[in-house]
Design a protein. Sequence first.
Length: 207
Amino acid sequence: MKDYHTHTPGGHGGYLCSVTQQDWSRVADAQGMTPCFGVHPWHAAEVDPAELAFALDEWLTRYPQADVGECGLDATPKHAATLDVQRILLQVQLGAAFRHERMAHLHGAGAWSELLGILRERNRSGTLPRVLLHAWNGSHEMAREFLALGAIFSVGLRELSHPKAMERYARIPEGKIFPETDDHPENWARTVALLGLIRGGLSPTGM
Ligand SMILES: [Zn+2]
């Protein structure tokens, strides 16, 4: 089992996400990990969209094994002020992922419904890349909407420890939900165990 969302290279392998453009060379050089190039919505205000588009094209061409991320939207009070520029950068990064046929690794705190709308629109126009929703904490009903668009999910200890974890995660189909450590590599063993326990509660006809 690999780590589906981390910022720290580790022995389990997995997807190593950058958070700023300055971070790209660090993730590109990590052994045994899939590097992901992107700009996190928390850093949206620091970036010129056109320059990001150009740089992403160049780096994705140079690293054919790389994905796109971490990118997305954050509408929580601390970050909502930059939502306009977050939206532009998200479209730049989804566009690059689509053109280069890579998966986009998405952050959607407080913004899952808007994200769903954006992905649906891209699906309608035939420009939707593969997507992974990291730290997924929406309802099962909304998960089904994202699943219909081909999305997969990753969850960490924080999401799995939530009182609603069972109803959110137990019925997501096999092969669509995976463990992540994000900024907490020390949580790996507990995350895998807890996800297994929640998934183990699934009856064979549970979908
Ligand atoms: Zn992250």
